[in-house]
Ligand binder design. Structure first.
Ligand code: ZN
Length: 310
């Protein structure tokens, strides 16, 4: 099967249709008017979960129903409707909506619409950042929300602090016989396998991080040709603040040795072996919401059965 190096177009959490309309984040009057506009919608998220209804739609509140002193984050505009979220709330602050329940983004992500997937990913990433950056890293004073939730400022020294995104590489390693390498992390049940992944370190390029992680975790050297690494797309992974950069990479090595720490099992799969293992239930792949799944299915050539227990 020829290598398909086009970007992957159906990454579940990379879907987003809302205009972020960043020009309004500092416009206090515009924001005040939108908060009292009955068409404006507010999303509640907390710790990676979002409030949804039984039909997998988001349980929005109408903005005027939220007390004026509750800080809201402005997520963007679509069809002249303004979307907000509440960030950094504690359990006691949350306003329960009748008939709605909390769902983990990993469970609900692939059933949301494009618009809602984009809103939720931003809202959860900003919520994770706001709740862990309540104090100034320079002087320790409590920070204040600014720019409609997209900045925190320190009243003592005037510094501004911005939401952080941590880049990580995620890679399906392929050998010269066109077999794919999957590994099991030490904290996973036997049978759960996925691609290799790791954070990009300070001062490191994504490609260098990919080569380093594959060598560290599997003892495999990625080939030195320009064609031995193919970038296939990225998706936000707000658990808590990552951006996953997805690759296929090719190697001449076949002796994969798990590092025994992060990775405890490694296995090469031909397409037939992978399909049979998925069908028998011996191999459980990460869920559709993950970029790992898309990298595996891009190599395989079509959808595969079986999910981790979600
Ligand atoms: Zn400060």
């Amino acid at each position: 099967m020829p290598d398909d190096r086009r970007l992957i177009s159906d990454l579940t959490l990379a879907r987003a249709t809302v205009d972020r309309a960043a020009e309004y984040r500092g416009d206090e009057e515009w924001l005040r008017n939108r908060r009292i506009d009955p068409n404006s919608k507010v999303l509640q998220v907390t710790q990676g979960a979002v409030l949804v209804r039984g039909d997998s739609t988001l349980a929005f509140m109408d903005a005027p129903d939220v007390a004026p002193d509750v800080p809201l984050t402005f997520l963007g505009l679509e069809n002249d409707v303004a979307y907000f979220s509440m960030a950094g709330l504690t359990d006691g602050d949350l306003l329960y909506t009748e008939g709605a329940f909390w769902s983990d983004l990993r469970a609900i992500g692939s059933t949301l619409s494009d618009r809602d997937a984009g809103l939720v990913v931003s809202a959860i990433a900003l919520d994770n950042w706001s709740r862990t950056h309540v104090r100034c890293p320079q002087c320790g004073e409590p920070t204040l929300m600014a720019e409609a939730g997209w900045t925190r400022t320190c009243p003592a020294d005037g510094t501004s602090h911005f939401p952080r995104t941590d880049p990580a590489i995620i890679v399906l390693v392929i050998d010269r016989q066109d077999r794919a390498l999957l590994g099991r992390q030490s904290r996973w049940e036997p049978g759960w396998m996925s691609t290799l992944a790791g954070f990009v370190e300070s001062g490191e390029s994504a490609e260098a991080a990919l080569r380093r992680e594959v060598l560290e975790e599997a003892g495999i050297r990625i080939g030195g040709e320009e064609t031995d690494i193919a970038y296939l797309g990225s998706q936000p992974w707000p658990f808590p603040n990552s951006l996953m950069l997805g690759y296929h990479a090719w190697t001449d090595d076949v002796d994969a040795v798990p590092d025994g720490d992060e990775i405890v099992e490694l296995r090469w799969y031909s397409r037939d072996e992978m399909r049979q293992a998925c069908e028998s239930g011996d191999l459980l792949l990460p869920p559709q919401v993950s970029i790992a799944r898309k990298l595996i299915e891009r190599w395989y050539g079509s959808a595969l059965p079986g999910n981790w227990g979600r």
